[in-house]
Write a protein that binds this ligand. Sequence first.
Ligand code: ZN
Length: 537
Amino acid sequence: MENNRYCLSHRFVAALLFTLLGFQSLFAQGMKKAPEVKDGDGPYSQLIIRGVTLIDGTGAPPMGPVDIVVKGNRIAAIRNVGYPGVPINPNSRPKLEPGGKEVNAEGMYLMPGFIDMHGHIGGGQAPIAEYVFKLWMAHGITAIRDPSAGNGLDWVLDEKQKSAAGLITAPRLFAYTAFGQGAKDGVDTPEKAVEWVRENAKRGADGIKFFNAAPEVLDAAIRENKRLGLRSTSHHNQLSVARWNVLDSARAGMTSMEHWYGLPEALFTNKTIQDYPVNYNYSDESHRFEEAGKLWKQAAPPYSEHWNKVMNELLSLGYVLDPTFNIYEASRDLMRARRAEWHENYTLPQLWEFFQPNRRAHGSYWFNWGTEQEVEWRNNYHLWMTFINEYKNRGGKVTLGTDSGYIFQTYGFSYVREMELMREAGFSPLEVIRSATLYGAQALGVEKDLGSVEVGKLADFVIVDQNPLANFQVLYGTGAIKLTEDNKVTRVGGVKYTVKDGIVYDAKKLLADVKRIVDEEKKKMNNYVIRQPGIVD
Ligand SMILES: [Zn+2]
């Protein structure tokens, strides 16, 4: 979602920027940093993960059994040790060295660590970093891009450094500062933009997240950022898309985009501005989200001349799409999103409160949401997904991002849901995994070290005891439903181990920690019980 995580309504850029700056420091103070506690084991001088089936993230099919040897935090060898269904000949296996550690992963599947390209680290609605980090790690997410560095760049860089040093349990963090963050008088000229961009790079940010600004300011900032070799992305908000859409961003050198706004606008053929009702008010979020649900049908139809032309230009510019399908899912099926089975145990009470219908909160537009809105959104999804899937088919890079912490989406769980929605869009299971891993690493510019399981790369893995390609739901912390041969209902899956930098984490233990945090918060809030909107008893 937008950068406004403080329940502000955003009216004008200046106002937004001002409030943002005003609240940034306050916010960071309220956000509890992750404790310096060692939850994982390792790294080891030698770690051998034995007998696993490998899905390496490159698009290669599964292969196994293999033994994967890790030395310290890097992959030293990947050895094919046999054939499925027959015993492994021990003589063919890498030998355990003194002080080394073995993990028996026979029957399990190993993938590269997942990358969430749109991961806000909590906020007022989830003010405990440990809660957010552990939900991510428990779902195999070993790297996230923080689009806006909403807790303040220094806050994020401090946690980033601690994560890199293995001092806290957290994914690798990539900070894309909100454009203009920290500027005292705003960034309203090209000169100021260039100055801000240079300062941002100097402070150690990985990139910039844009939201809204005047075209000449955006143009100067994006070009300078590119010249400095940093990456950038944008939520092209409706206040700016009439004069600056995704094509303008891509042409100026922006490397990726969030969500989908600005894309239908680039695809208009019979209008130049979204068809807003005359009583539309952007600060009324029910207007904003209801009308957004009618936007794709205003764009050029799939495979039409203009649709192809825009797609092909974005492809030629190497623009990365990060659709975050899951964050709009409540728009097409509110009951599904709010009744998700993990809310009771794993959604923080503050977060649950934040999700509730509220004219003053962002993404809580359930004033009068019903069948008509949901049907519009289902049709909207269909057109949107068609574009994204075809973009992938033509060689474009599509990544997985969630934007969790808004609209009934809980960290980690929403990532698995994003995988399911990519599948629904037409991606094959292997294409989904590649987007979740290698393409994310490429979009971040770190594919030399991350994104696939290859010798020499960093040891970031997800290990699960079920085949994720057959059913992504086995990756949910709550597992997938399975009926046994003798008619007993069971749950299977849930990530078993998350490995980051050669450190092995028991993913189920991390999830148990999350539940403990949630229980403690509920206790503090008068034994809070999650209830559905408007239900009183
Ligand atoms: Zn966001």
